[in-house]
Design a protein around this ligand. Structure first.
Ligand code: ADP
Length: 537
């Protein structure tokens, strides 16, 4: 066989050649909608490549982005990686100190940012002396009259000066192409460096029918940001399959998303549960329906079964539950049925699909006990989830400390899970969030899923608090739905008969809002601080 290397540029080259007229539509952070095609995106990626080379960007240099999902960000994915540099996507929702840490740790040389983030980068720049040039991802008319940002110029000016003539080099497929730091839910942000090879293999694997099932007939809108694990690989999978790509920019509110879903005929989307909970409320309020959206991937946090039911029964949209992490590119499992599940009632089908799902080829996994021995796939035994495969991290970028690998080469996810006899993996908790009560383990996710099924509950979190008798007991922290009331007694009663007696929460506290991480997960470390001193007899 030919020794062709798997390269990110190969994807955009393919899309431009065979799906050149297929559209890529973005809502621009500076206002308006941009319509382009894969052919145009390819030409512009080449202009960008020429600009980067002219600026002296060399092999392996990091070029950073602080940007929403737009065609320009898409061009950066391809233009930067295509020349052999590394596209470092930064999550703007992190704390400023974390952003400074990440930019300096990665030694980013250039930083591309959206207009929305101008005030943010002006604050960060003095603490990031290694960034030589800051590029505003907009036309020159949006450049500020005065700015202290070194080398500030506009993206459109940068491209306009360059030719579209450029031949992508035949890089070794093990060359790094992109870099993403974990959101640091449990520790300092850590860099995960993806290779061309891992990115290509992952993009092909997520396209499969029992993974995310991508096709040229799809119109794909990743709501999950391009700064969060490469929007789960969709900016690669869409052009690889010739699917139209719709990018929502900064318009992450339910009304703006709905408008794009409808106007662009989106068939398939992806995002964290928080996005879909907000959208569900918006759809219900206006008695709205989707005309083209048929399915969406939900991951990043457990998808509450109540959300899956509402989307399917009220809106006719199938939810595909998936699990992954920054360290796994991210896809590891997807919740698709097997032949034996055919003919199940909708409720029984959902009970299977509410689990995090079956392993996608390329991301093997096992669960192990404290002694490191593999546990049975009986759906009951739970232990530490270990993963391995060609798109799973081996070590963190410039970490200086050993990675999270076991002696026999498996990555420790930090999640606790069961695997059932049909191969469906179910996350019961993050190892740090498990509640250990009188020798039993209680899954905070199970209790949270049940709580949000109560009509008066908008959002819920369960944490372990000290108990003299049981060592830890579950405390339920709830945000009520606007205009609705429910008492602690009523909520506690709601769990009776639905979970094992020892798992029922002992107490409820109501709050105005829950603390979230930069990727929309509930920040349990903060919640544990907020309720420090709380105890249950
Ligand atoms: P971070 O680890 O920095 O929070 P990631 O986005 O990489 O950021 O998060 C990965 C973690 O998110 C997983 O280890 C898991 O705990 C959680 N997660 C992802 N998908 C799911 C899911 N479908 N159900 C439950 N937890 C999930």
């Amino acid at each position: 066989m030919m020794a062709d290397q798997l390269r990110v540029a190969g994807i955009i080259e393919h899309a431009a050649k065979w799906h050149g007229e297929t559209e890529i539509v973005s809502r621009l952070p500076e206002g308006g909608i941009h319509r382009g095609t894969y052919a145009q995106a390819h030409a512009r990626s080449k202009q960008l490549a020429n600009a980067l080379l002219r600026l002296g960007v060399a092999d392996g240099d990091r070029v950073a982005t602080i940007a929403w999902n737009t065609h320009r960000h898409f061009e950066l994915y391809y233009g930067v990686a295509g020349i052999g540099a590394v596209c470092h996507t930064i999550n703007p929702r992190l704390f400023p100190e974390q952003l400074v840490y990440i930019i300096n740790h990665a030694e980013d040389r250039l930083l591309f940012f959206d207009l929305t983030f101008l005030p943010l980068v002006e604050k960060l720049a003095p603490a990031c002396p290694k960034v030589e040039k800051w590029v505003l991802m907009a036309g020159p008319e949006y450049l500020p009259a005065a700015s202290a940002l070194p080398g500030l110029c506009s993206y459109e000016d940068l491209l306009a000066a360059e030719s579209t003539d450029y031949e992508w080099p035949m890089l070794d497929e093990n060359t790094a192409c992109s870099l993403c730091y974990t959101s640091g839910t449990t520790a300092e942000p850590k860099g995960v460096l993806y290779s061309h090879r891992s990115t290509l293999l992952h993009a092909m694997a997520i396209s499969l029918p029992d993974a995310l099932n991508c096709s040229a007939l799809d119109v794909i809108m990743p709501v999950v940001p391009m700064f969060h694990v490469n929007a789960w690989g969709l900016p690669y999978a869409a052009p690889l399959n010739g699917a139209k790509l719709v990018l929502p920019g900064a318009g992450m509110d339910a009304a703006s998303l709905y408008e794009l879903f409808e106007s662009e005929g989106v068939t398939f989307s992806a995002g964290v549960p928080t996005i879909w909970l907000g959208l569900l409320q918006f759809m219900r309020e206006g008695g709205r329906q989707f005309t083209s959206l048929r399915r969406t991937v939900v991951g990043g946090s457990a998808c509450p079964p109540a959300l899956m039911k509402a989307f399917e029964e009220e809106l006719g949209v199938t939810i595909m539950h998936a699990w992954g992490m920054t360290e796994t590119s991210p896809l590891g499992t997807a919740g698709h049925l097997k032949p034996k599940h055919q003919g199940l009632s909708p409720a029984d089908s959902r009970a299977v699909r509410a689990k995090q799902g079956r392993v996608v080829f390329g991301a093997d996994m096992k669960i192990v006990g404290d002694d490191g021995q593999a546990l049975p796939h009986d759906g009951v035994a739970f232990g530490d989830l270990l993963v391995r495969g060609p798109w799973v991290v081996a070590d963190y970028f410039r970490s200086g400390t050993p990675g999270e690998l076991t002696a026999d080469g498996w990555f420790r996810t930090g999640d606790v899970a069961t695997i059932d006899p049909d191969g469906f993996m179910q996350i019961t908790d993050r190892s740090k969030d498990v509640i250990k009560s009188g020798g039993e383990w209680i899954s905070s996710i199970d209790l949270e899923n049940l709580a949000v099924a109560h009509p008066a509950v908008a959002e819920a979190a369960v944490i372990g608090v000290p108990s003299a008798k049981w060592s830890e007991r579950p405390l339920l922290v709830v945000v009520r739905r606007p205009g609705m009331d429910v008492s602690a007694e009523e909520l506690l009663g709601f769990f009776k008969g639905k979970v094992a007696k020892f798992s029922e929460p002992d107490a409820v506290e109501f709050v105005e809002q829950l603390p979230h991480t930069a990727t929309g997960k509930i920040l349990k470390t903060q919640l544990r601080k907020d309720f420090a001193g709380y105890s249950i007899a």
